[in-house]
Design a protein around this ligand. Structure first.
Ligand code: ATP
Ligand code: GLA
Length: 509
């Protein structure tokens, strides 16, 4: 995987904003009840919803997420010259944790166990590494922390990224003091692959959206040639209904057969295509990815790829070529590869192949679905660019815009189901109900295998009609015992929100 060295945000304020702590009265009240002391500050980072472009960020293809108004808040009291960290959570499912610094190099993160404190430790670890790399001495700084999250966990809205980004932000603030300046660039750069310490080989979409989100704007997030987040306003009247299947899919627990396996399959597919066309991949860390393959193949054949909105048409042309390469190279084996067959295609022994591809993040499979995964990645990356082009050009015919955009979302859902194999029956049902009741397009969002769906609506009336139908046909039937509060939380009509922020006592702002 990559580690992004640079981040550019067009038109974005480059510093994490600081607001008055009065805005966080509930979490600071809970902090006081827990620790009998006032919190010094609150660090906040939001969840995100991805409009389109799932399971492609780890291949370095661009995505279209937006930060939303569910969030992780960490209220913190700094304990100078102490080493103890105490974590309390508003959610009783997450019991209190306490540990002392310094722990060994990995801060005691054990990828063999799934504990919520591991996510906190990931944020702490990357923040410590960042401070040390910048030659800031790591003096002892203990913390009492009260965490309050409203992002549904394992729901495809990036509760984990919201938590890690808030934690990393809190740790840097605790070390640097209250007048510190923290750049969004640094916070994104250090958090994008923090979950790798947990054994999850994620891409960088969630952290970038959570840190860099901008109110009333979706984000065009690019990973190559540099990590870049370009905000753009949603066309007038466009509304997204985000509804939770209430099927929880924990990325960590299912990683060897689901998330990490998809990453590995895409990497192997890239290597096989590269070998077939004599392409030397530039992957700076291990084997290259599908983005490297198509960029290297097209360089010289097509004009140089520009970044940002200027490169959209060039990207579309390149991805059409990429889909042809998939058919020519992997199409004959659309039923999947055994380990021996994949090794053979790469001219390696099975043992060499296993060492190279299957051990860093362990995976389990019957056959490797290389054709399906590569087809999903290139076609989904293409749909992202087509959607972006639609959304960033003036809308002259609203109906045409909505049906074209909706069709791309529906194709994305079919590809996630048939080629990426990350959908599930409940997601299919929600999407179907939404489409039958006024939505123009509907798809899963995030990692999938449950979690949330996102449906494209236009105007209040269609939002209300989709919401009513989902209550009647999905939630009341499948989950008749939900409380009113749970039912309300299951459907989020969210507008794009601002990314990470700090809240300080007013005199300090
Ligand atoms: P996706 O990555 O698909 O968008 P997600 O980030 O919500 O979904 P996971 O990556 O599986 O899902 O992360 C869920 C885990 O993150 C939880 O099991 C828990 O350990 C941790 N977590 C998330 N929210 C909280 C919270 N409010 N309090 C404590 N831990 C949390
Ligand atoms: C999870 C990962 C992201 C991305 C999505 C799927 O949310 O954390 O990096 O891969 O799944 O698009």
């Amino acid at each position: 995987m990559y580690l992004c060295d640079e981040l550019m945000t067009s038109e974005l304020s480059m510093e994490v904003p600081v607001y008055c702590l009065d805005k966080c009265s509930e979490v600071t009240r809970r902090f006081f009840e827990t620790y009998a002391h006032d919190a010094d500050f609150v660090a906040r980072s939001p969840g995100r919803v991805n409009i389109i472009g799932d399971h492609i960020d780890y291949c370095n293809f661009s995505v279209l997420p937006m930060a939303i108004d569910v969030e992780m808040l960490c209220a913190v009291r700094v304990l100078p010259h102490e080493t103890s960290i105490t974590l309390t959570n508003a959610d009783p499912r997450f019991a209190q944790r306490q540990f002392d610094l310094p722990l060994e190099d990995s801060l005691g993160i054990d990828p063999a166990t799934s504990d919520w404190s591991n996510y906190f430790k990931c944020g702490l670890l990357v923040a410590h590494k960042f401070l040390q790399a910048g030659s800031e001495p790591l003096h002892d700084v203990g913390m009492q922390v009260f965490c309050q999250g409203s992002v549904p966990t394992g729901g495809g809205l990036s509760s984990s990224a919201a938590f890690i980004c808030a934690t990393a932000l809190a740790t840097i603030r605790a070390h640097r003091g209250r007048d510190c300046v923290i750049s969004k660039q640094d916070l994104t750069r250090i958090t994008v692959d923090a979950e790798h310490y947990l054994g999850i080989n994620n891409g960088g979409m969630d952290q970038c959206a959570s840190v860099c989100g901008q109110r009333d704007h979706a984000m065009y997030v690019e990973f190559k040639p540099i990590l870049k987040a370009t905000p753009f306003p949603l066309p007038r009247g466009v509304q997204f209904v985000v509804s939770n299947t209430l099927v929880v899919s924990n990325k960590f627990e299912t990683a060897p057969t689901n998330y990490n396996l998809r990453v590995v399959e895409c990497t192997i597919a890239a290597s096989i295509i590269a070998k077939r066309y004599g392409i030397t991949l530039k992957g700076d860390r291990g084997p290259g990815d599908l983005r490297d393959v198509i960029d290297t193949y097209c360089d010289g054949l097509m004009p140089d790829l520009r970044s940002g909105l200027e490169g959209v048409d060039q990207g579309i042309a390149r991805l059409a070529t990429a889909l042809d390469l998939v058919e020519e190279t992997l199409g004959p084996k659309s039923k999947g590869y055994t380990t021996a067959e994949a090794a053979d295609a790469l001219g390696m022994s099975p043992a060499q192949f296993t060492t190279e591809y299957l051990t860093v993040f362990p995976v389990r499979f019957h056959t490797l679905q290389l054709y399906n995964r590569a087809k999903h990645v290139f076609s989904e990356a293409l749909r992202v660019l087509l959607c972006l082009r639609l959304m960033t050009r003036p809308v002259t015919d609203t109906q045409r815009f909505l049906t074209t955009f909706g069709a791309l979302m529906n194709e994305s859902q079919s590809s996630c189901r048939d080629f990426c194999d990350c959908s599930c029956e409940e997601t299919e049902q929600i999407s179907q109900i939404a489409l039958e009741n006024g939505a123009y397009g509907s798809r899963l969002t995030g990692a999938g295998w449950g979690g949330c769906t996102i449906s494209l609506c236009h105007g209040e009336e269609s939002v209300l009609s989709v919401k009513k139908a989902l209550h009647e046909q999905y939630y009341n039937k499948r989950f008749p015992h939900l409380s009113q509060r749970e039912l309300e939380a299951a459907i989020i009509i969210s507008k794009p929100e601002e990314g990470s922020a700090l809240y300080e006592h007013c005199t300090a702002v």
